[in-house]
Design a protein around this ligand. Structure first.
Ligand code: 0X9
Ligand code: ZN
Length: 453
């Protein structure tokens, strides 16, 4: 909206448009009398606020279902409304669920909770405060990548430049990998750390869900540890295995969380009036059979068909081309939040052939985290631990690509976190360290069982 339009006589603008214009102006603080933008801004008319989603006075409710009626109530609510962000779906008695409630729905939801006697707690009263604090912990996009640390969050550009710097610094050990471009033309870049061409390889997938910022941060932490740690055990691990790490497999979504909506999860593919496929529902393995949606407006939209998305195709092509050649025996997908270490399957309660081993390694990994930080991480099959979901990358990597050791980690915070995905920056270092500790415990236990022979 520019000054030209503001100065147009009312008669030349249709009544409907005039109303919209006035509401927009009032909302943005534009001075209708003078037609002057009050504050210098960076988008559209100087003075308009940026095109950024806000969550002022949004609340997080944690509810617990005690009967079928309450479950059906919340299933209906989720179906009917896009002003309630569910973290999971209402499924069973005893289940606890966090829901982000838009400010204009607070009275309505509070009434329903009372009417149906739903057990609940309010975890957060103003979600925007969490976001504001978090955005203050982001370093500017213009920062030199050598400044990358684990006390701040970083833009995609900085993470990618930091990968290039690692290659410059350790040319004999690090190579940059590029899977190709995303839907919106961003690179899907990673690194390979090689000690010996004959080593078995460990693959780490990070950032498939855009808003889970701890995931790319943990990936850069792990790369840095493998290259610089003085701990002989870490050096041994860097010696004995090659590591293929992609910090951000959903670059379009990640960029969007910095520029427009901190809570964005999916990729940015357009479907008429809305956008985004949940890339962790898009893999061609029992695609869209459970725990996913066929509706593009939903957070867990599986896509128009199995493997429809460019990001999914890139990753599948990469793994197909390299699983054998690079001897990839371990696949780790990093997510947040809930503190869980999960193995296949996600789509069924049937057990994988090496269920007992994966269960044992998971338990060892959560014990190692407990010893390190005191944090509780639950381990088990994904279906049994978090919720049924199909079309995930881990199921595909295990079943279709034949990678025997496959895990999905949900990193900090706890399941009843007041922050949801907005982890404070002070927790980056300890959380990333926990992730690395768990990976090391799994790899060491799997090595003992002969998985890397
Ligand atoms: O829902 C998800 O995709 C994951 N949880 S998150 O809160 N990070 O979004 C966990 C389920 C992963 N599902 C499969 N791999 N099938
Ligand atoms: Zn996730």
């Amino acid at each position: 909206m520019g000054n030209k339009i503001i100065n147009m006589p009312a008669a030349r603008i249709g009544t409907q448009w005039l109303v919209i214009l006035c509401v927009a102006m009032a909302a943005s603080g534009t001075n209708l009398d003078s037609g002057i933008c009050p504050v210098a801004g960076d988008s559209g008319c100087r003075g308009n606020p940026p095109d950024q989603a806000r969550y002022d006075n949004y609340r997080i409710y944690n509810v617990e279902f005690e009967n079928q009626e309450q479950i059906e109530l919340f299933q209906k609510l989720e179906e009917q409304s896009d002003s309630l962000t569910f973290i999971g779906h209402a499924r069973e008695v005893g289940q606890k669920l966090s829901i982000l409630v838009a400010a204009h729905r607070v009275a309505d939801i509070a009434d329903l909770l009372k009417t149906y006697k739903v057990k609940h707690r309010v975890l957060t009263y103003n979600f925007q405060e969490k976001i504001d604090r978090n955005l203050a912990e982001v370093q500017p996009e213009s920062i030199d990548a050598s400044q990358l640390d684990w006390q701040h969050f970083f833009h995609l550009k900085t993470i990618y430049e930091w990968l290039d710097k690692m290659v410059e610094k350790y040319p004999n050990r690090v190579t940059v990998l590029d899977m190709g471009s995303s839907t919106q033309g961003n690179a899907i870049k990673g690194v390979k750390l090689t000690s010996n061409a004959n080593n078995k390889a460990i693959f780490i997938e990070s950032g498939i869900h855009a808003r889970e910022w701890i995931s790319p941060a943990a990936a850069t932490y792990i790369i840095n540890q493998l290259l610089t740690s003085q701990d002989p055990k870490v050096q041994q691990l860097a010696q004995d295995y090659n590591w293929i790490i992609f910090p951000c497999v959903n670059p379009d979504g990640y960029k969007y969380t910095f520029e427009h909506d901190r809570m964005w999860r999916k990729n940015r593919q357009l479907f008429g009036t809305c956008r985004g496929v949940d890339l962790n529902r898009n893999y061609p393995d029992h695609w869209n059979s459970t725990g996913s949606s066929s509706d593009p407006t939903r957070y867990d939209f599986a896509g128009p068909s199995a493997g429809s998305e460019l990001e999914t195709k890139r990753l599948i092509d990469f793994i197909r081309a390299n699983a054998g050649k690079e001897q990839i025996k371990t696949y780790i997908a990093l997510h947040s939040y809930s503190q869980m270490l999960m193995f296949p399957y996600g789509y069924t309660k049937e057990r994988v052939s090496n269920y007992d081993d994966l269960q044992e390694f998971g338990k060892k990994a959560s014990a190692a985290i407990k010893a390190e930080s005191g944090r509780d991480y639950v381990s088990g099959s994904l279906f049994e631990t978090i919720y049924p979901s199909s079309g995930g990358s881990m199921d595909w990597a295990h079943s279709e690509a034949g990678i025997p050791i496959a895990y999905t980690f949900e990193l900090r915070g706890p399941p009843d976190s007041q922050d949801l995905f907005i982890l404070p920056a002070v927790e980056i270092q300890p959380t990333a360290s926990e992730a690395f500790t768990a990976i090391r415990a799994i790899v060491e236990a799997a090595a003992e069982k002969g998985y890397y022979k």
